[in-house]
Design a protein around this ligand. Structure first.
Ligand code: ZN
Length: 242
């Protein structure tokens, strides 16, 4: 079983198209999206439509629920709030409804899927401290968990002795007695100093997770954002991957 995983598209259609084409060319059994289809970028509606048509499982991100009016956007920073308000005005009734209906968390027999953390998904916590990481592992009922939210591809591990490992290599072998929380990075706004778009392949037979990076036409997205008067800080960060 090979699972294609992508996350945090943020209205970036050029990056999404590259990722979906690449996933289509892999031999994949299932496609999972860990949320934030909209926010920041210039193409919210097509990104929602393409993701709904392509992914087997999609969970809600904070930007999805912010744009759909499910949650308050007071805690978003100024640029993010501006982009969310613009997104709210762009969404069609169909795409808004689709975002409202996205589940917060999906717990399967083998894998948990959530945008932020499995312990308190509605708090949109970043796994920034060891405390956050322990709390996340504590809440898991499955050995594997797929997340998004930080826009930084990372594989967190917890072994039988309660030791945490943090791995940001491109390919990670998954060991039998270790639980994993896997962040697949961001399609539409990478923040790990690599501006290329990304997706992941979780191979359950090989017990391996691999991050793949691809170039996409960043300037084209930046031009669209300028035309739509989206904040310049959001336009500039795409080129540097921050
Ligand atoms: Zn995001």
């Amino acid at each position: 079983m090979r699972i294609g995983v992508f996350s945090d598209i943020h209205g970036n259609l050029e990056a999404l198209e590259i990722v979906l084409n690449a996933i289509q060319n892999e031999s994949i059994d299932q496609v999972i999206c860990t949320g934030d289809l909209v926010g920041y970028g210039p193409d919210p509606n097509p990104c929602v439509e393409r993701t709904l048509a392509f992914a087997d499982i999609i969970v809600a991100g904070n930007h999805d629920h912010g744009a759909a009016g499910v949650i308050d956007i007071e805690n978003f920073n100024k640029a993010a709030r501006h982009a969310i308000e613009w997104t709210q005005s762009e969404l069609t009734t169909e795409t808004k409804q689709a975002l409202i209906q996205l589940p917060m968390i999906m717990v399967g027999p083998d894998i948990t899927i959530v945008h932020a953390t499995p312990d308190e998904p509605e708090k949109w916590i970043y796994m920034a401290t060891y405390g956050d990481i322990y709390h996340s592992f504590d809440a898991l009922t499955t050995r594997l968990c797929l997340v998004g939210h930080s826009h930084t591809p990372t594989v967190f591990g917890l072994n039988n002795e309660n030791q945490i490992s943090i791995n940001q290599e491109k390919k990670v072998s998954l060991e039998e007695n270790i639980s994993y929380i896997i962040n697949v990075g961001s399609v539409g706004q990478p923040r790990d100093d690599d501006p290329r778009t990304c997706y992941g392949i979780l191979d359950l037979d090989k017990q391996e997770f691999e991050i793949k990076r691809l170039k996409y036409p960043i300037e084209k997205v930046q031009e669209k954002m300028k035309k739509k008067n989206l904040p310049s800080s959001l336009i500039e960060r795409l080129a540097i991957g921050k």
